[in-house]
Design a protein around this ligand. Structure first.
Ligand SMILES: [Zn+2]
Length: 277
């Protein structure tokens, strides 16, 4: 039995290999544990009860916004509601919590994409986050359809499309298996004309070049899962300090055990170690 050192958990790092399969690494403090090699083995993640804010490092009893203390959650722009709802960007009103952070992260190219997670969905992400965002969401297929120049614009295009398709993933359905493939190019060809009026409006406001239609190929993503569960129960460090079992696979930010699933990202900043064979 091998054991990692104790360290702060961070979200899993997923990379697409040349076969289009995701290779996962789990950051624990300074260590980076290769996870694909542990599939098919019994492993155990042990939480020691300590959570340190990922921004200021102070100990916090509870984790807010996936890994922050309460004061940081209230003051950081990355924890603001407008990050989850980009169409509510309030930079122009002069109320951005950290204007410099906003300029770097929100006033930069963003993509609007279609993905197949628990079904067809629309989403947005910063240009640096592809294909990470799709891997994190457990998308088996994805297609970037627009490139826009700010996060706000991506949010406005997304809500226009969300009148016709979902902007959410049903994580239980996503973890029960892979959907049938969707012809995302055909979906895009159907959807884009439906928001033509909205796009024209946005171009009038933000300039002709602000929103570009893309002609991208569909990206296919394979997740390392040997067996899917038919009934999903979620495992949680707040309820049980040790999460263990036979690791059946990894999809999105979830470890799939024979005993249930755990969303690793949800427990960012929890101090854990891992026992494995
Ligand atoms: Zn803090």
């Amino acid at each position: 039995m091998a054991t990692t050192e104790l360290g702060a958990l961070r979200k899993m790092q997923g990379q697409l290999n040349t076969q289009g399969r995701v290779e996962y690494h789990l950051p624990i403090g300074e260590q980076l544990l290769p996870m694909n090699a542990l599939i098919g083995k019994n492993i155990s993640l042990n939480f020691n009860g300590i959570i340190n804010c990922q921004h200021c490092g102070k100990r916090t009893k509870k984790s807010y916004s996936q890994g922050f203390c309460f004061p940081c959650m209230q003051k950081l722009a990355q924890c603001d509601m407008c990050i989850l709802k980009p169409e509510t960007c309030h930079y122009e009103q002069g109320t951005c919590r950290e204007p410099q952070w906003g300029e770097q992260h929100c006033f930069t190219d963003h993509y609007v994409y279609l993905a197949n997670t628990s079904g067809l969905k629309v989403g947005i992400t910063r240009h640096t986050q592809l294909p990470i965002r799709w891997i994190d969401q457990g998308a088996t297929q994805a297609l970037p359809i627009f490139k826009v120049s700010t996060r706000l614009q991506s949010g406005l295009v997304e809500i226009a499309l969300a009148e016709f398709i979902s902007d959410k993933t049903n994580w239980r359905a996503m973890l029960k298996g892979s959907n049938d493939d969707i012809d995302l190019v055909a979906s895009a060809q159907q959807l884009i004309p439906q928001i033509a009026t909205k796009l024209a409006e946005l171009k009038l406001t933000y300039g002709e070049d602000a929103i570009q239609v893309l002609n991208h190929d569909i990206v296919t993503i394979k997740f390392p899962v040997t067996k899917y569960l038919t009934k999903i129960s979620s495992l949680n460090f707040d309820k049980t300090a040790t999460v263990s079992g036979l690791l059946l696979g990894i999809k999105g930010q979830y470890l799939i055990f024979d005993s249930g699933v755990i969303n690793i990202r949800k427990f960012t900043s929890y101090n854990i170690n891992v026992d494995y064979n």
